[in-house]
Design a protein around this ligand. Structure first.
Ligand code: AMP
Length: 437
Protein backbone atom coordinates (compact mmCIF):
# COMPACT_ATOMS: atom_id res chain seq x y z
CA UNK A 1 0.00 0.00 0.00
CA UNK A 2 1.36 3.44 -0.90
CA UNK A 3 0.10 6.99 -0.54
CA UNK A 4 -0.20 7.19 -4.33
CA UNK A 5 -2.76 4.38 -4.42
CA UNK A 6 -4.90 6.22 -1.87
CA UNK A 7 -5.56 8.88 -4.47
CA UNK A 8 -3.99 11.90 -2.81
CA UNK A 9 -3.00 14.96 -4.83
CA UNK A 10 0.62 15.25 -6.05
CA UNK A 11 1.32 18.30 -3.86
CA UNK A 12 0.43 16.22 -0.80
CA UNK A 13 2.50 13.26 -1.96
CA UNK A 14 5.46 15.57 -2.31
CA UNK A 15 5.03 16.91 1.22
CA UNK A 16 4.72 13.37 2.58
CA UNK A 17 7.91 12.30 0.85
CA UNK A 18 9.65 15.31 2.38
CA UNK A 19 8.36 14.26 5.80
CA UNK A 20 9.99 10.90 5.20
CA UNK A 21 6.71 8.97 5.24
CA UNK A 22 6.96 6.01 2.95
CA UNK A 23 3.69 4.19 3.52
CA UNK A 24 0.35 4.97 5.12
CA UNK A 25 -0.34 3.66 8.61
CA UNK A 26 -3.38 1.35 8.97
CA UNK A 27 -5.69 4.18 10.07
CA UNK A 28 -4.56 6.28 7.10
CA UNK A 29 -5.08 3.42 4.67
CA UNK A 30 -8.56 2.80 6.05
CA UNK A 31 -9.75 6.39 6.51
CA UNK A 32 -8.34 8.31 3.55
CA UNK A 33 -10.23 6.65 0.65
CA UNK A 34 -13.75 7.01 2.13
CA UNK A 35 -12.86 10.51 3.37
CA UNK A 36 -11.84 11.53 -0.15
CA UNK A 37 -15.16 10.20 -1.38
CA UNK A 38 -16.96 12.56 0.95
CA UNK A 39 -18.24 9.95 3.37
CA UNK A 40 -18.65 10.64 7.08
CA UNK A 41 -16.19 8.73 9.27
CA UNK A 42 -16.39 7.25 12.72
CA UNK A 43 -12.82 6.22 13.36
CA UNK A 44 -11.42 4.47 16.39
CA UNK A 45 -7.74 5.28 16.75
CA UNK A 46 -5.38 6.40 19.46
CA UNK A 47 -2.61 8.93 19.47
CA UNK A 48 0.46 7.43 17.86
CA UNK A 49 -1.42 5.65 15.07
CA UNK A 50 -1.00 8.47 12.57
CA UNK A 51 -4.58 9.66 13.02
CA UNK A 52 -3.72 13.33 12.54
CA UNK A 53 -2.53 12.68 9.00
CA UNK A 54 -5.50 10.34 8.49
CA UNK A 55 -7.81 13.35 8.64
CA UNK A 56 -5.46 16.18 7.63
CA UNK A 57 -4.53 14.66 4.27
CA UNK A 58 -8.06 14.12 2.92
CA UNK A 59 -9.02 17.48 4.41
CA UNK A 60 -6.29 19.27 2.48
CA UNK A 61 -7.08 17.27 -0.62
CA UNK A 62 -10.75 18.25 -0.49
CA UNK A 63 -10.13 21.90 0.23
CA UNK A 64 -7.21 22.61 -2.03
CA UNK A 65 -6.73 19.96 -4.63
CA UNK A 66 -10.29 19.60 -5.81
CA UNK A 67 -12.30 22.19 -7.59
CA UNK A 68 -11.70 25.41 -5.74
CA UNK A 69 -14.56 27.66 -4.95
CA UNK A 70 -14.56 30.75 -7.19
CA UNK A 71 -13.90 33.53 -4.74
CA UNK A 72 -12.72 31.77 -1.61
CA UNK A 73 -14.86 33.11 1.20
CA UNK A 74 -13.07 34.59 4.13
CA UNK A 75 -15.04 32.37 6.46
CA UNK A 76 -13.40 29.06 7.35
CA UNK A 77 -14.33 25.99 5.32
CA UNK A 78 -13.05 23.39 7.76
CA UNK A 79 -13.19 23.13 11.53
CA UNK A 80 -11.11 20.75 13.63
CA UNK A 81 -12.17 20.54 17.28
CA UNK A 82 -9.63 19.20 19.77
CA UNK A 83 -9.78 18.76 23.55
CA UNK A 84 -6.58 20.63 24.42
CA UNK A 85 -4.50 23.56 23.32
CA UNK A 86 -1.48 21.37 22.76
CA UNK A 87 -3.36 19.07 20.48
CA UNK A 88 -4.78 22.04 18.57
CA UNK A 89 -1.28 23.42 18.11
CA UNK A 90 -0.01 20.05 16.93
CA UNK A 91 -2.84 19.54 14.46
CA UNK A 92 -2.16 23.02 13.11
CA UNK A 93 1.51 22.18 12.73
CA UNK A 94 0.68 18.94 10.89
CA UNK A 95 -1.78 20.68 8.57
CA UNK A 96 0.88 23.24 7.73
CA UNK A 97 3.54 20.59 7.13
CA UNK A 98 1.38 18.40 4.90
CA UNK A 99 -0.08 21.42 3.13
CA UNK A 100 3.20 23.27 2.58
CA UNK A 101 2.84 23.14 -1.23
CA UNK A 102 -0.81 24.15 -1.20
CA UNK A 103 -0.84 27.66 0.24
CA UNK A 104 -2.89 26.64 3.24
CA UNK A 105 -4.48 29.33 5.36
CA UNK A 106 -5.02 27.83 8.79
CA UNK A 107 -5.14 29.17 12.33
CA UNK A 108 -5.68 27.96 15.88
CA UNK A 109 -8.17 29.22 18.38
CA UNK A 110 -7.65 28.26 22.02
CA UNK A 111 -7.89 29.72 25.47
CA UNK A 112 -5.12 30.91 27.76
CA UNK A 113 -3.88 33.48 25.26
CA UNK A 114 -5.34 36.81 24.16
CA UNK A 115 -8.49 36.94 22.04
CA UNK A 116 -7.37 39.84 19.87
CA UNK A 117 -4.69 38.18 17.74
CA UNK A 118 -7.20 35.40 17.05
CA UNK A 119 -9.88 37.91 16.09
CA UNK A 120 -7.43 39.55 13.70
CA UNK A 121 -6.39 36.24 12.17
CA UNK A 122 -10.05 35.39 11.60
CA UNK A 123 -10.67 38.79 10.08
CA UNK A 124 -7.78 38.36 7.66
CA UNK A 125 -9.43 35.13 6.53
CA UNK A 126 -8.63 31.48 7.15
CA UNK A 127 -9.81 28.29 5.54
CA UNK A 128 -8.91 25.78 8.23
CA UNK A 129 -9.72 26.53 11.84
CA UNK A 130 -8.31 24.29 14.57
CA UNK A 131 -9.99 25.10 17.86
CA UNK A 132 -10.77 23.99 21.37
CA UNK A 133 -14.50 24.19 22.11
CA UNK A 134 -14.54 26.77 24.94
CA UNK A 135 -12.64 29.50 23.17
CA UNK A 136 -14.42 28.87 19.91
CA UNK A 137 -17.72 29.49 21.69
CA UNK A 138 -16.34 32.78 22.99
CA UNK A 139 -15.64 33.79 19.40
CA UNK A 140 -19.08 32.64 18.29
CA UNK A 141 -20.64 34.74 21.03
CA UNK A 142 -18.78 37.86 20.09
CA UNK A 143 -19.40 37.11 16.42
CA UNK A 144 -15.76 37.15 15.48
CA UNK A 145 -16.13 33.84 13.64
CA UNK A 146 -18.57 32.71 11.00
CA UNK A 147 -19.08 28.97 10.81
CA UNK A 148 -21.76 28.98 8.15
CA UNK A 149 -19.33 27.94 5.39
CA UNK A 150 -17.88 24.88 7.09
CA UNK A 151 -17.69 21.96 4.67
CA UNK A 152 -15.60 19.60 6.79
CA UNK A 153 -15.97 19.13 10.54
CA UNK A 154 -13.42 17.00 12.37
CA UNK A 155 -13.80 15.98 15.99
CA UNK A 156 -10.41 14.84 17.22
CA UNK A 157 -10.16 12.77 20.41
CA UNK A 158 -13.90 13.00 20.83
CA UNK A 159 -13.87 10.73 23.88
CA UNK A 160 -11.48 13.07 25.64
CA UNK A 161 -13.59 16.10 24.77
CA UNK A 162 -16.59 14.37 26.33
CA UNK A 163 -14.57 13.32 29.38
CA UNK A 164 -13.63 16.96 29.84
CA UNK A 165 -17.27 18.00 29.85
CA UNK A 166 -17.34 19.56 26.37
CA UNK A 167 -20.47 17.82 25.10
CA UNK A 168 -22.79 20.83 25.60
CA UNK A 169 -20.23 23.13 23.97
CA UNK A 170 -19.83 20.79 21.02
CA UNK A 171 -23.58 20.63 20.53
CA UNK A 172 -23.82 24.40 20.62
CA UNK A 173 -21.04 24.71 18.08
CA UNK A 174 -22.72 22.13 15.85
CA UNK A 175 -25.82 24.32 15.89
CA UNK A 176 -23.83 27.03 14.09
CA UNK A 177 -22.63 24.78 11.27
CA UNK A 178 -24.44 24.16 8.01
CA UNK A 179 -26.38 20.92 8.00
CA UNK A 180 -26.19 20.33 4.27
CA UNK A 181 -23.06 19.75 2.23
CA UNK A 182 -20.94 19.02 5.25
CA UNK A 183 -18.85 15.98 6.01
CA UNK A 184 -18.02 14.99 9.55
CA UNK A 185 -15.07 12.89 10.63
CA UNK A 186 -15.02 11.80 14.24
CA UNK A 187 -11.87 10.28 15.74
CA UNK A 188 -11.96 8.71 19.16
CA UNK A 189 -9.96 6.15 21.11
CA UNK A 190 -13.10 4.63 22.60
CA UNK A 191 -16.79 4.73 21.80
CA UNK A 192 -18.92 5.38 24.83
CA UNK A 193 -22.69 5.48 24.27
CA UNK A 194 -22.58 9.30 24.37
CA UNK A 195 -20.24 9.31 21.37
CA UNK A 196 -22.41 6.89 19.45
CA UNK A 197 -25.39 9.12 20.25
CA UNK A 198 -23.54 12.21 19.05
CA UNK A 199 -22.61 10.41 15.84
CA UNK A 200 -26.18 9.23 15.29
CA UNK A 201 -27.46 12.76 15.74
CA UNK A 202 -24.96 14.64 13.61
CA UNK A 203 -23.55 12.25 11.05
CA UNK A 204 -24.84 10.62 7.91
CA UNK A 205 -24.25 6.90 7.56
CA UNK A 206 -20.64 7.10 8.70
CA UNK A 207 -18.07 4.57 7.59
CA UNK A 208 -16.89 2.86 10.76
CA UNK A 209 -13.20 2.15 11.17
CA UNK A 210 -11.43 0.55 14.09
CA UNK A 211 -7.69 0.17 14.28
CA UNK A 212 -6.05 -2.22 16.67
CA UNK A 213 -3.85 -0.36 19.12
CA UNK A 214 -2.10 0.47 21.28
CA UNK A 215 -1.29 -2.62 23.28
CA UNK A 216 0.75 -3.55 20.26
CA UNK A 217 2.89 -0.50 21.05
CA UNK A 218 4.20 -2.60 23.90
CA UNK A 219 5.95 -4.89 21.44
CA UNK A 220 8.89 -2.51 21.10
CA UNK A 221 8.73 -1.19 24.64
CA UNK A 222 10.49 -2.78 27.57
CA UNK A 223 8.42 -2.41 30.73
CA UNK A 224 10.21 -2.39 34.04
CA UNK A 225 8.97 -1.87 37.57
CA UNK A 226 11.22 -0.73 40.37
CA UNK A 227 9.58 -1.45 43.71
CA UNK A 228 10.44 1.33 46.14
CA UNK A 229 9.07 2.98 49.25
CA UNK A 230 7.03 6.07 48.45
CA UNK A 231 9.39 8.19 50.55
CA UNK A 232 12.38 7.07 48.45
CA UNK A 233 10.87 7.65 45.03
CA UNK A 234 12.46 11.02 44.49
CA UNK A 235 15.93 9.79 45.29
CA UNK A 236 15.43 6.80 43.04
CA UNK A 237 14.25 9.03 40.20
CA UNK A 238 17.34 11.19 40.56
CA UNK A 239 19.52 8.11 40.66
CA UNK A 240 17.96 6.78 37.45
CA UNK A 241 18.13 10.08 35.61
CA UNK A 242 21.73 10.68 36.61
CA UNK A 243 22.64 7.27 35.26
CA UNK A 244 20.76 7.58 32.00
CA UNK A 245 21.04 10.81 30.09
CA UNK A 246 18.30 10.00 27.58
CA UNK A 247 15.36 12.32 27.11
CA UNK A 248 12.67 11.30 29.51
CA UNK A 249 9.02 12.07 30.06
CA UNK A 250 8.14 11.65 33.74
CA UNK A 251 4.51 11.23 34.71
CA UNK A 252 3.16 12.50 37.99
CA UNK A 253 -0.40 12.28 39.17
CA UNK A 254 -1.01 15.85 40.26
CA UNK A 255 -0.12 19.28 38.99
CA UNK A 256 1.39 20.23 42.32
CA UNK A 257 3.41 17.02 42.42
CA UNK A 258 4.68 17.58 38.87
CA UNK A 259 5.82 21.09 39.75
CA UNK A 260 7.57 19.98 42.89
CA UNK A 261 9.29 17.17 41.08
CA UNK A 262 10.53 19.44 38.30
CA UNK A 263 11.98 21.79 40.92
CA UNK A 264 13.73 18.97 42.72
CA UNK A 265 15.22 17.76 39.44
CA UNK A 266 16.40 21.23 38.54
CA UNK A 267 17.99 21.68 41.95
CA UNK A 268 19.82 18.42 41.33
CA UNK A 269 21.29 19.92 38.17
CA UNK A 270 19.01 18.30 35.61
CA UNK A 271 17.43 20.33 32.83
CA UNK A 272 13.78 19.80 33.66
CA UNK A 273 10.39 21.48 33.26
CA UNK A 274 6.81 20.66 34.21
CA UNK A 275 3.83 20.74 31.88
CA UNK A 276 0.31 20.75 33.24
CA UNK A 277 -2.99 22.56 33.15
CA UNK A 278 -2.00 25.39 35.49
CA UNK A 279 0.88 26.51 33.33
CA UNK A 280 0.25 29.38 30.98
CA UNK A 281 0.04 28.61 27.32
CA UNK A 282 3.39 30.25 26.73
CA UNK A 283 5.06 28.21 29.42
CA UNK A 284 3.62 25.01 28.02
CA UNK A 285 4.59 25.79 24.47
CA UNK A 286 8.10 26.74 25.50
CA UNK A 287 8.56 23.63 27.65
CA UNK A 288 7.42 21.40 24.82
CA UNK A 289 9.63 23.18 22.31
CA UNK A 290 12.65 22.97 24.61
CA UNK A 291 11.99 19.31 25.23
CA UNK A 292 11.68 18.56 21.54
CA UNK A 293 14.87 20.45 20.75
CA UNK A 294 16.73 18.71 23.55
CA UNK A 295 17.28 21.87 25.60
CA UNK A 296 15.31 20.23 28.37
CA UNK A 297 16.13 16.62 29.14
CA UNK A 298 13.27 15.80 31.48
CA UNK A 299 9.67 16.84 31.09
CA UNK A 300 7.40 16.17 34.05
CA UNK A 301 3.78 15.91 32.97
CA UNK A 302 0.33 15.07 34.24
CA UNK A 303 -1.84 12.71 32.22
CA UNK A 304 -4.15 15.30 30.72
CA UNK A 305 -1.37 17.72 29.83
CA UNK A 306 0.54 14.94 28.13
CA UNK A 307 -2.34 13.53 26.18
CA UNK A 308 -1.74 13.83 22.48
CA UNK A 309 1.68 15.42 22.81
CA UNK A 310 3.42 14.71 19.58
CA UNK A 311 6.88 13.78 20.71
CA UNK A 312 8.64 11.52 18.27
CA UNK A 313 10.54 8.47 19.31
CA UNK A 314 10.81 9.25 22.97
CA UNK A 315 13.28 6.73 24.36
CA UNK A 316 12.11 6.66 27.96
CA UNK A 317 8.99 7.21 30.03
CA UNK A 318 9.11 7.04 33.81
CA UNK A 319 5.95 6.72 35.84
CA UNK A 320 6.77 8.44 39.10
CA UNK A 321 3.26 7.49 40.18
CA UNK A 322 1.21 4.82 38.56
CA UNK A 323 -1.92 6.18 36.89
CA UNK A 324 -5.17 5.63 38.78
CA UNK A 325 -6.74 4.09 35.71
CA UNK A 326 -4.88 1.25 34.04
CA UNK A 327 -5.72 2.41 30.52
CA UNK A 328 -3.78 5.61 31.16
CA UNK A 329 -0.66 3.50 31.50
CA UNK A 330 -1.13 2.53 27.87
CA UNK A 331 -1.62 6.18 26.87
CA UNK A 332 1.51 7.22 28.75
CA UNK A 333 3.62 4.49 27.26
CA UNK A 334 2.19 5.14 23.80
CA UNK A 335 4.71 7.93 23.52
CA UNK A 336 7.69 5.65 23.48
CA UNK A 337 8.61 2.89 21.07
CA UNK A 338 6.74 4.54 18.21
CA UNK A 339 7.31 3.51 14.65
CA UNK A 340 9.32 0.48 15.65
CA UNK A 341 11.83 2.40 17.81
CA UNK A 342 12.92 0.80 21.06
CA UNK A 343 11.42 2.32 24.17
CA UNK A 344 11.79 1.87 27.88
CA UNK A 345 8.92 2.34 30.33
CA UNK A 346 9.93 2.42 33.98
CA UNK A 347 7.44 2.59 36.84
CA UNK A 348 8.38 3.43 40.40
CA UNK A 349 5.86 1.48 42.43
CA UNK A 350 5.38 1.61 46.19
CA UNK A 351 3.53 -1.16 47.94
CA UNK A 352 0.48 1.09 48.29
CA UNK A 353 0.19 0.98 44.50
CA UNK A 354 0.43 -2.74 43.93
CA UNK A 355 -3.31 -3.03 43.19
CA UNK A 356 -2.85 -0.54 40.35
CA UNK A 357 0.09 -2.52 39.05
CA UNK A 358 -2.02 -5.68 39.00
CA UNK A 359 -4.67 -3.83 36.97
CA UNK A 360 -2.02 -2.73 34.47
CA UNK A 361 -0.59 -6.21 34.11
CA UNK A 362 -4.05 -7.59 33.50
CA UNK A 363 -4.73 -4.96 30.87
CA UNK A 364 -1.43 -5.45 29.06
CA UNK A 365 -1.83 -9.21 29.35
CA UNK A 366 1.83 -9.49 30.06
CA UNK A 367 4.21 -9.72 32.93
CA UNK A 368 6.34 -6.74 33.75
CA UNK A 369 9.83 -7.31 35.11
CA UNK A 370 10.03 -6.23 38.75
CA UNK A 371 13.55 -5.35 39.80
CA UNK A 372 14.58 -3.55 42.96
CA UNK A 373 17.41 -1.08 42.47
CA UNK A 374 20.34 -1.64 44.80
CA UNK A 375 20.14 0.81 47.67
CA UNK A 376 16.41 1.44 47.11
CA UNK A 377 14.96 -1.92 48.14
CA UNK A 378 11.42 -1.43 49.51
CA UNK A 379 10.54 -2.18 53.10
CA UNK A 380 7.38 -4.01 51.91
CA UNK A 381 7.34 -6.31 48.90
CA UNK A 382 4.84 -5.71 46.11
CA UNK A 383 1.98 -8.19 46.09
CA UNK A 384 1.53 -9.17 42.49
CA UNK A 385 -0.59 -12.24 42.94
CA UNK A 386 -3.72 -11.64 40.91
CA UNK A 387 -5.80 -13.83 43.17
CA UNK A 388 -5.25 -11.47 46.09
CA UNK A 389 -8.66 -10.07 46.78
CA UNK A 390 -7.93 -7.46 49.38
CA UNK A 391 -6.73 -4.46 47.47
CA UNK A 392 -5.48 -1.60 49.53
CA UNK A 393 -5.87 0.75 46.59
CA UNK A 394 -9.45 0.09 45.85
CA UNK A 395 -10.83 3.12 47.61
CA UNK A 396 -8.67 5.40 45.56
CA UNK A 397 -9.88 4.19 42.24
CA UNK A 398 -12.45 6.27 40.43
CA UNK A 399 -15.90 4.73 40.41
CA UNK A 400 -16.42 2.46 37.45
CA UNK A 401 -18.92 4.35 35.38
CA UNK A 402 -19.20 1.94 32.51
CA UNK A 403 -18.40 -1.69 32.83
CA UNK A 404 -16.93 -1.89 29.35
CA UNK A 405 -17.46 0.36 26.44
CA UNK A 406 -18.22 -1.22 23.15
CA UNK A 407 -15.99 -0.80 20.15
CA UNK A 408 -17.04 0.28 16.75
CA UNK A 409 -16.41 -1.97 13.81
CA UNK A 410 -14.58 -5.20 13.91
CA UNK A 411 -11.44 -5.12 11.91
CA UNK A 412 -9.18 -4.31 14.78
CA UNK A 413 -8.72 -7.68 16.36
CA UNK A 414 -10.14 -8.97 19.58
CA UNK A 415 -7.83 -7.75 22.28
CA UNK A 416 -6.82 -4.53 20.60
CA UNK A 417 -7.26 -1.95 23.23
CA UNK A 418 -9.54 -3.25 25.90
CA UNK A 419 -10.97 0.11 25.37
CA UNK A 420 -13.14 1.04 28.27
CA UNK A 421 -11.50 3.95 29.90
CA UNK A 422 -13.46 3.89 33.06
CA UNK A 423 -12.48 7.33 33.91
CA UNK A 424 -13.97 10.10 35.80
CA UNK A 425 -13.75 13.52 34.24
CA UNK A 426 -11.98 15.12 37.18
CA UNK A 427 -9.23 12.63 37.57
CA UNK A 428 -5.75 13.72 38.43
CA UNK A 429 -6.17 16.46 40.97
CA UNK A 430 -8.79 18.66 39.41
CA UNK A 431 -7.28 18.89 35.95
CA UNK A 432 -10.54 20.19 34.70
CA UNK A 433 -9.78 23.53 36.20
CA UNK A 434 -7.13 23.88 33.58
CA UNK A 435 -9.87 25.11 31.27
CA UNK A 436 -8.27 23.77 28.19
CA UNK A 437 -10.31 25.88 25.85
P1 AMP B 1 -0.55 10.82 15.49
O1 AMP B 1 -1.20 9.50 15.79
O2 AMP B 1 -1.31 11.61 14.53
O3 AMP B 1 -0.24 11.55 16.77
O4 AMP B 1 0.87 10.53 14.77
C1 AMP B 1 1.91 9.88 15.42
C2 AMP B 1 3.26 10.12 14.78
O5 AMP B 1 3.38 9.36 13.59
C3 AMP B 1 3.52 11.55 14.37
O6 AMP B 1 4.79 11.90 14.85
C4 AMP B 1 3.50 11.56 12.86
O7 AMP B 1 4.39 12.50 12.35
C5 AMP B 1 3.92 10.14 12.53
N1 AMP B 1 3.33 9.61 11.29
C6 AMP B 1 2.06 9.77 10.87
N2 AMP B 1 1.85 9.11 9.71
C7 AMP B 1 3.01 8.52 9.40
C8 AMP B 1 3.43 7.67 8.29
N3 AMP B 1 2.58 7.33 7.34
N4 AMP B 1 4.71 7.25 8.29
C9 AMP B 1 5.56 7.62 9.28
N5 AMP B 1 5.23 8.38 10.34
C10 AMP B 1 3.97 8.83 10.40
Amino acid sequence: MSFETLGLAPALLRALAEQGYTAPTPIQAAAIPPALEGRDLLAGAQTGTGKTAAFSLPLLDRLYAGERKPAAPKAPRALVLTPTRELAAQVHESVRAYGKHLGVRATTIFGGVGMQPQVEALRRGVEILVATPGRLLDHIQQRSVNLSHIEVLILDEADRMLDMGFLPSIKRILGHLPKQNRVTWLFSATFAPEIKALAAEFMREPVEIQIAKPNSVAATVTHRVHPVDASKKRDLLLHLLHNDARQTLVFGRTKHGADKLARVLEQAGLRAAAIHGNKSQNQRTRALKDFKSGKIAVLVATDIAARGLDIDQLPMVINFDLPMVAEDYVHRIGRTGRAGAEGLAISLVSHEEDGLLRDIRRLLKQDIAVEAVAGFEPSHPLRLDDSARSRPQQNQRPPQRHARRPHVGNNGGGNAHPGARNRKPQRGGGQRNSRPA
